[in-house]
Design a protein around this ligand. Structure first.
Ligand SMILES: Nc1ncnc2c1ncn2[C@@H]1O[C@H](COP(=O)(O)OP(=O)(O)O)[C@@H](O)[C@H]1O
Ligand SMILES: [Mg+2]
Length: 404
C-alpha cells in the first residue's frame, strides 16, 4: 500500500478533533450540559472557565460542545478566538466578526444576519462575510464596550427567535494574549454582571478557555471574577480512553492495532491528546500493511519526538544548551519519567558527575530564563512549565540511551 492509496488520516495534530473521534471527558461534558446549557435554556446565564495546559484539549472540548448544545439545547454558538488580540478594541472586533461568521453553516441564519447587517458587511471574503467595523462604529459608537456587545448579542438572538434559538453559547478561546490586561477583566465582569442585573438576562452560556495561570491573572485584576466562573480543569486522558481513541481512529480507516503496539502508543502519549495525534499520525503513514505493530509504533514514536522537538523544543532549549554537560544534565532529568513535572535539586544532584555538579546551578538558572522551569513551592524544587516539553525531554533521553 503506497501513500497515494491511503485514506484520509484520522489524526488531526494541530486541529480540534472531529466529533466522531472525540474521546473521554464525559464527566466534564455532562457537567457543562446540565449545570450550564440546561440552566441557560431556562433563562439563567452561566459562565465556565475551562483550564488546562497547552494541547490538553480545551479547543476540542469547545468544538465538541458546540455540536451538542446546538442540536440538543437549541443554543447558537459563537466561537471567538482571541489569539493575537491584545486590547479591548480587538476583543470587540473578534466578537463581532465571530458572530457574523457563526451563521455560516446554516443558510437560514446567515440569511438573517446578512439582512440585518448588510449595511456593514464588507466584500465577500474567502472565509465568508466580514464586518465593516468602522461603518458600524459610526452608527453605534458604544459597540465596542461591554454594554454595546451585550446589545449586539441580544439583537443577534432576537433575529433568530423564529428559528427556535433559545440562547447563545459564547466561547472565548486562546485568551493568553489578553488575560493579563486589567481592562479585559473589567470587560468580562461588566458583561456578566450587567447581564445578570438586567430585567430579562440574555441566556448566554459563556465559556473561557485558557491555562490556569491566565485564570489567576484575570482574578488578580478583578477579584469578583473568581466567583463568576465555574472552573473546570481538563486532565490528561486515562489509559483506556487513549486505547479507545487509537482503536477508533485506526478502525475508521480499516486498520488494526496489535496489543503491544497499542500500549506503546498510549505509554508515549502519556494522556496528552496532542501527542496522541502526533504519534498516531506518524504510525498511520509509516504502516504498510494496515496492521499497526510494534515496529510501526517504535518508528512512529521516534519520528513524532523528532517532529515535536523540531517544531517546539529544539529552538528554545537544546540549541540554547550548547555545553555537553548541560545536555547530559538535561538527559538525566529527562530519564526521571514522562509525567513527573517536578524534581528536587538534591535528587538530581546525586545522579551527576563532579563536573556536571559544578554546572548544575547555572544550568537551572538558564532553564528558568528559557521558561522551561520555574521554582516550586518547596525548597529546591523545580517544576516544568509545560508538560509537553517535559515529555519531549524524556523521549529524547530515552531514545538517546537506547543508542539509536
Ligand atoms: N477529547 C479528545 N479526543 C481526541 N483527540 C483530542 C481530544 N482533545 C483534543 N484532541 C486533539 O489533541 C490536540 C490538542 O487539542 P486542542 O483542543 O487543540 O488543545 P488545547 O486547545 O487545549 O491546546 C489536537 O490535535 C486535537 O485534535
Ligand atoms: Mg486551543
Amino acid at each position: 500500500m503506497d501513500e497515494s492509496s491511503k485514506d484520509k488520516s484520522p489524526f488531526y495534530p494541530g486541529q480540534p478533533v472531529p466529533v466522531e473521534l472525540f474521546t473521554g471527558r464525559q464527566e466534564v461534558v455532562e457537567r457543562i450540559l446540565t449545570r450550564g446549557a440546561g440552566q441557560v435554556v431556562q433563562g439563567k446565564p452561566m459562565s465556565f472557565f475551562i483550564q488546562g495546559e497547552y494541547g490538553i484539549g480545551k479547543s476540542s472540548l469547545a468544538s465538541y460542545l458546540q455540536n451538542i448544545v446546538e442540536k440538543e439545547y437549541s443554543l447558537h454558538s459563537i466561537y471567538v478566538s482571541l489569539s493575537g488580540v491584545h486590547d479591548l478594541q480587538g476583543v470587540s472586533e473578534a466578537i463581532l466578526q465571530a458572530t457574523v461568521r457563526s451563521g455560516a453553516f446554516d443558510p437560514r441564519i446567515s440569511e438573517k444576519i446578512n439582512r440585518w447587517l448588510s449595511r456593514y458587511i464588507g466584500k465577500q471574503q474567502l472565509f465568508g462575510l466580514t464586518l465593516n467595523l468602522e461603518a458600524l462604529k459610526k452608527d453605534n459608537p458604544s459597540i465596542t464596550s461591554y454594554l454595546g456587545i451585550l446589545d449586539f448579542l441580544r439583537e443577534t438572538l432576537m433575529k433568530m427567535g423564529d428559528l427556535g434559538t433559545k440562547g447563545l453559547f459564547l466561547i472565548f478561546d486562546e485568551i493568553n494574549g489578553i488575560a493579563s490586561q486589567p481592562e479585559f477583566a473589567s470587560f468580562l465582569k461588566g458583561l456578566v454582571d450587567q447581564n445578570a442585573l438586567s430585567k430579562k438576562p440574555l441566556p448566554i452560556l459563556l465559556m473561557l478557555c485558557g491555562t490556569e495561570d491566565r485564570r489567576a491573572e484575570l482574578i488578580k485584576s478583578s477579584e469578583p471574577l473568581g466567583r463568576i466562573f465555574d472552573v473546570i480543569t481538563i486532565s490528561p486522558l486515562k489509559e483506556n480512553e487513549m486505547e479507545n481513541f487509537f482503536n477508533k481512529a485506526f478502525h475508521s480507516v480499516h486498520m488494526t492495532v496489535e496489543k503491544e503496539a497499542l500500549s506503546t502508543l498510549t505509554y508515549y502519549s502519556a494522556g496528552f491528546p496532542k501527542i496522541m495525534h502526533l504519534v498516531g499520525d506518524m504510525a498511520y503513514w509509516i504502516d504498510k500493511d494496515r496492521i499497526i505493530d510494534m515496529k510501526d509504533t517504535r518508528d512512529a514514536v521516534i519520528a513524532a519526538a523528532e517532529d515535536f522537538g523540531k517544531k517546539y523544543v529544539n529552538a528554545q532549549i537544546y540549541d540554547a544548551l550548547k555545553s555537553e554537560d548541560y545536555r547530559s544534565i538535561l538527559a538525566k532529568i529527562g530519564k526521571e519519567g514522562p509525567d513527573r513535572l517536578s524534581f528536587k535539586k538534591s535528587d538530581i544532584g546525586s545522579l551527576l558527575t563532579e563536573q556536571e555538579k559544578n554546572k548544575f546551578h547555572n544550568f537551572l538558572q538558564k532553564m528558568k530564563r528559557l521558561n522551561v522551569l520555574h521554582s516550586g513551592n518547596e525548597r529546591g524544587e523545580y517544576v516544568f512549565n509545560l508538560r509537553m516539553v517535559r515529555l519531549y525531554i524524556w523521549l529524547q533521553a530515552t531514545i538517546e540511551s537506547k543508542g539509536r
